[in-house]
Design a protein around this ligand. Structure first.
Ligand code: NAP
Ligand code: MG
Length: 487
């Protein structure tokens, strides 16, 4: 399908959004943005460097003592509503941009654009309803607490869900009155740049949001080390997250780390298998498995193992794979680099029982970054494919005998992001929800990334801190206590 992208990109991709306007990167250096469905260049983007980072942070700092800093909570609520209205008008184009940039099948990109709008709806509603408390204290005192913004917040986000992550972190930070500098991934930043222009169109005061495209180890690192940044929200890999934490430690600033996962879904013999199967598949293969909360491990109780295995094999054989904009079940991976990583894992799986491999259309997929969705069975929980985050369309089935063993396997990786339980036994649901180590537990459903209202974040190597829901507003604010001695 031939689509003219120039008609869709209404903003200048080669510029940085600094201090309320589009500015040429001081380095005059640019990076190619690639469409992973066909390997073609979409456009060039700015390669921001130190000068651009310094200008952005300075602009955000000034905004806090300027028009944006003087906004009341109600003003912020109304501004987020205005931004929401512009996002709403542009849902279809945002979805298409995301499909070209990330390689995400169109219906999934549309779901992300809708999620961004829903975040704006949720947080605009919350902006003027967050408040401190009065605290009983000694006689003659009145004590109260205030929720205040951190100041300048840096947001470093990956390529896999730009719109959703902007919704849960950037929008939440703006809700509490912070001034934001956003560094999207070099591999996918069109919707982040589009969001900047949407905010400009809606009239967001200058400096409240700055967006810099660029390379992680350049603009990303400079931003995370900047002494005038007061909070860092990082979503990405464990290794970069660990570096970000070191930068935050140096400047003594709080950090939220949303990292990877090896999230299991656990299917007990009393589960409704027909209801479970679509969740088992979708949560593993959505965005070609490049989801932090992808359900890459499926634990199945011995007595129903063969039955579930058979249904999943059939489902895998029916999967369609192809270019994102044509909305197949599964699209490409983000890049050839990511394909190589996944292929390395597939080699590690050569000793495993391969149950199914979806077919890739050789004509429509010849130039893109495609990997066939692959299902492995009877996998040992200690196998590398059952332990490490692959970030591709690969799922492993692991049999288990009883509840105790299921908990041991589920908790047996370094991660702890999301877990799905499929069982009708209410007591077991409660017991397991307590003993599983994860930031979110879904019982008889699974929401990989879903649920704007639901606090989200990990334990262990999946990171710490919570975004989404009202909880994010606590993360993006500081509690100040005021004790008044009035006698
Ligand atoms: P990544 O390499 O860690 O990159 C994430 C972001 O950090 C990108 O913007 C990247 O910029 C930037 N970056 C890279 N090196 C940096 C450095 N030295 N200093 C500062 N910033 C730097 O991760 P990824 O490969 O893009 O994303 C996949 C990972 O993200 C997976 O592990 C996945 O599980 C995790 N993830 C987690 C969540 C969650 O909510 N828990 C959500 C989505 C993804 P460039 O891309 O421009 O290099
Ligand atoms: Mg791209």
């Amino acid at each position: 399908m031939k689509i003219n992208l120039d008609d869709m990109i209404w903003f200048d991709t080669q510029n940085c959004f600094i201090d309320g306007s589009w500015q040429k990167p001081k380095s005059d250096n640019y990076i190619s943005l690639i469409n992973p469905s066909d390997g073609q260049e979409i456009c060039k983007i700015a390669r921001s460097m130190k000068d651009d980072v310094d200008l952005s942070v300075a602009s955000a700092k000034n905004a806090l003592s300027g028009e944006w800093g003087n906004y009341t909570a109600l003003d912020r609520s109304r501004m987020l509503q205005k931004i929401r209205n512009v996002v709403k008008e542009k849902i279809d184009v945002l979805a298409k941009l995301e499909s070209f940039d990330v390689g995400k099948p169109l219906a999934q990109s549309k779901a992300d654009a809708n999620a961004l709008e829903r975040y704006l709806e949720f947080y605009s509603g919350a902006a003027d309803k967050i408040h401190g408390d009065t605290i009983p204290y000694q006689s003659g005192y009145t004590v109260y607490s205030l929720r205040e913004p951190h100041g300048v917040t840096a947001h470093i986000i990956p390529w896999n869900y730009p719109m959703q992550i902007i919704g849960r972190s950037v929008v939440a930070a703006l809700t509490m009155g912070n001034a934001v500098v956003l560094k999207p991934s070099e591999d996918a930043c069109l919707t982040a740049l589009a969001f900047a222009d949407i905010c400009r169109e809606a009239g967001l005061p200058k400096g409240a949001l700055n967006v810099l495209s660029g390379l992680g180890h350049e603009a990303g690192q400079m931003l995370s080390e900047h002494p005038d940044v007061n909070h860092i929200s990082f979503t990405g890999s464990v290794s970069v997250g660990s570096q970000i934490q070191k930068s935050a430690a140096k400047n003594i600033v709080p950090v939220t780390l949303e990292l990877g996962g090896k999230s299991p879904q656990i299917v007990f013999s009393d589960a409704n298998i027909d209801e479970a199967v679509p969740f088992l598949l979708k949560a593993g293969l959505q965005n070609a498995g490049q989801t932090c909360s992808a359900s890459s491990r499926i634990l199945i109780q011995n007595s129903i193992y063969s039955k579930v295995e058979e249904v999943l094999i059939k489902a895998y054989k029916k999967l369609s794979v192809g270019p994102a904009i044509e909305d197949f079940d599964v699209g490409p991976l983000i890049s050839d680099k990511q394909v190589k990583t996944v292929e390395r894992y597939l080699k590690f799986g050569s000793d495993l029982k391969k149950l199914a491999e979806a077919k890739i259309n050789p004509d429509s997929c010849s130039k893109g970054s495609f990997v066939a969705p692959t299902l492995f069975g009877d996998v040992d929980p200690q196998h590398i494919l059952a332990q490490e985050e692959i970030f591709g369309p690969i799922q492993v089935l692991i049999p288990f005998s009883d509840e105790e063993e299921a908990v041991k396997i589920a908790n047996g990786t370094k991660y702890g992001l999301v877990t799905g339980l499929w069982t009708k036994d209410g007591s077991r649901q409660m017991r397991m929800a307590k003993s599983i180590k994860a930031g979110q537990i879904f019982i008889n459903n699974y929401g990989a990334g879903g649920g704007v209202e639901l606090p989200f974040g990990g334990v262990g190597h999946s990171g710490f801190g919570r975004e989404k829901g009202i909880e994010a507003l606590n993360s993006f604010s500081i509690l100040k206590t005021v004790a008044v001695n009035h006698g």
